[in-house]
Design a protein. Structure first.
Length: 59
């Protein structure tokens, strides 16, 4: 496996100062799970990252 897509599920929230911030909720490898999370509300979204499949191996 050369590369893996990683989806970070996030949502908008209000912090203690009343400012709107993104909050990371979870990580998944499943695009359908990420899209389902996004479709649950306008405050939800996800970021996509491409990670090398051998990221744990020593270089």
């Amino acid at each position: 496996m050369d590369y893996v897509h990683v989806f970070v599920l996030r949502t908008l929230c209000v912090d203690e100062n009343g400012e709107v911030k993104n909050r990371n909720l979870a990580v998944t490898f499943d695009l359908f799970e990420a899209e389902d999370h996004r479709n649950k509300g306008v405050e939800n979204g996800y970021d996509t990252f491409v990670v090398p499949g051998h990221w744990r191996e020593e270089q």
